[in-house]
Design a protein around this ligand. Sequence first.
Ligand SMILES: Cc1cc2nc3c(=O)[nH]c(=O)nc-3n(C[C@H](O)[C@H](O)[C@H](O)COP(=O)(O)O)c2cc1C
Ligand code: SF4
Ligand code: SF4
Length: 248
Amino acid sequence: MILYFSGTGNSKYVAEQIAKITSDEIISINNKLKNNDTSDVLVDDRLIFVVPTYAWRIPRIVRDWIMKTNFKGSKNTWFVMTCGGEIGNAEKYNKQLCNKKGFIYMGSVGIVMPENYIAMFNSPKDDEIEEIFSQADKEIKNITEVFVRNKQFPTPCNSLQDKVMSGPVNMLFYPMFVKAKDFYADDKCINCGKCVKVCPLNNIEIKNNKPVWNNNCTHCMACISYCPTSAIEYGKKTVSKKRYTCNK
Ligand SMILES: Cc1cc2nc3c(=O)[nH]c(=O)nc-3n(C[C@H](O)[C@H](O)[C@H](O)COP(=O)(O)O)c2cc1C
Ligand code: SF4
Ligand code: SF4
């Protein structure tokens, strides 16, 4: 079984590519979160989480959903983390999560995909995106072999910097940066409701024909990136920036 969470489609793409080879069932954690669904999950052969990297760990919202959900069946668990560059020392925290849940930890791997965090950085240019996908497709094939053979991913050699990024920097990241108050929709908004639909946390409502953001946001970038008219901005940080969504 493959469970994925995805803001802008990269992790969904990777989950689907793996499933094409392994024929595993795919389940969307976005839908589970949207429906507040923490009902039991019955795992057949294996448990593969495919998620984006947020501040050098799996998204906190995914970790919390895993903690609240009861998994029955196979315990062998892998983490595939799509990222713009680095997953740091995510392994340590994924192992801890497995210990808490009684899963058998089989390893964590990062797959570099186009950067989507436009509230902080720029997404890559089109030709760079093509190159990133061609490299990622090769890696997806390699890791799929690991699942099929029921092997563990190799243990990464983490530097002090990796430990700092996944440790204290991750802890500071959420309270300091992950806020919805800077989102707004400008005059280009056509009141289509797509931002409301794609938000996995139901954090957006339409009031007086315009979206309004509440306080339950994980900065997944779905609303701002999928808006069909690029009407959404995040303070001044996203003005004139290219929006990225996976269109593969
Ligand atoms: C809130 C946030 C934090 C991120 N932190 C990291 C990070 O620590 N390291 C990294 O390499 N990429 C980071 N990224 C980039 C994403 O992990 C990457 O683009 C991912 O493939 C997006 O997946 P998705 O399209 O499935 O949401 C971050 C993106 C967001 C939105
Ligand atoms: S997705 Fe964009 S155009 Fe549609 S309601 Fe939201 S802000 Fe307006
Ligand atoms: S408000 Fe936007 S960035 Fe925040 S969780 Fe919802 S879709 Fe993601």
